[in-house]
Design a protein around this ligand. Structure first.
Ligand code: HPA
Length: 251
């Protein structure tokens, strides 16, 4: 697998424990990305990443400048992009604390800037039957399993937010085939595809989606707790991935 590896890190970025060693403010034709291009050392390699919700964490899912984020990473040479996301668990048997690498998605978002547009007066219809890169997804699954964690696959339903969903909305999403719910996989995945970048997601479940668990009481405390406990495991997976990526790039 070729090309520089980069990350887009969502909620819980600080719990991932990435020490920033460089910050490159970046401008794009689409405006400013959520954060400068950040550089951290992972497994002895310098890896660039963007804080999806901003370094201070105040950018809501529907306010994220997805185009600028993807463009900025591309400009910095990233061709393999891993999104670190948190999700609510829908599927039975999928619980907070579990890790998932989705294989499909359904997009319920609206009103987001979702294309870079075509060239020479042509509309761009990106091929998107498989929204995640097979090779990068396989590497993530391997990285998780080799790090000692079970990994769920499944279908990521992308909601608009920033509010959480109703019980009826989650029931509908379950009927649609969604096994997890989050707010940020789109248009991130399709913009990556437009740029020809490999893109995959490593997701941490931090709560039961509405109506799926015992109770939605105290959900925000629950989310915080699962973020704090789960992110170090995601960090280990990313470390393994970086090491393997570096090894394969060297041959
Ligand atoms: N719904 C939508 N997005 C989420 C959730 C949820 O329950 N949990 C984490 N991100």
């Amino acid at each position: 697998m070729s090309g520089k590896l980069g990350l887009i890190v969502g909620s819980g970025a600080s719990a991932l424990g990435l020490e920033v060693v460089a910050r490159a403010p970046t401008h794009t034709p689409y405006g400013a990305p959520s954060s400068p291009i950040l550089t951290s050392e992972i497994a002895g390699r310098r890896i660039v990443w963007i804080a999806r919700h901003g370094e201070e964490g105040g950018i809501a899912p529907h306010e994220i400048n997805y185009r600028a984020n993807l463009w900025a990473l591309y400009q910095h040479g990233v061709r393999q992009c891993v999104g670190i996301n948190v999700v609510g668990a829908i599927e039975e048997g999928f619980s907070p604390g579990d890790i998932a690498v989705p294989e499909q998605l359904i997009d319920y978002t609206w009103g987001r800037e979702s294309t870079f547009g075509g060239r020479d007066g042509r509309v761009l219809h990106a091929e998107f039957a498989e929204p995640f890169s097979r090779t990068l997804t396989a590497r993530l699954v391997e990285a998780a399993r080799e790090s000692g964690y079970d990994v769920r696959r499944g279908v990521y339903g992308v909601t608009q937010g920033p509010r959480l969903e109703t019980i009826a909305e989650i029931a509908r999403m379950a009927r649609d085939g969604c096994t997890m719910v989050g707010m940020t996989a789109m248009p991130e995945a399709s913009l990556a595809r437009e740029l020809g970048m490999d893109y995959a997601i490593c997701a941490l479940a931090v709560n039961y989606a509405a109506g799926r668990g015992p109770s939605n009481e105290g959900i925000h405390d629950q989310i915080e707790r699962y973020l704090r406990d789960g992110m170090p495991r995601i960090a280990r997976i990313v470390e393994y991935l970086v090491r393997e990526h570096a090894a394969s790039a060297a041959v």
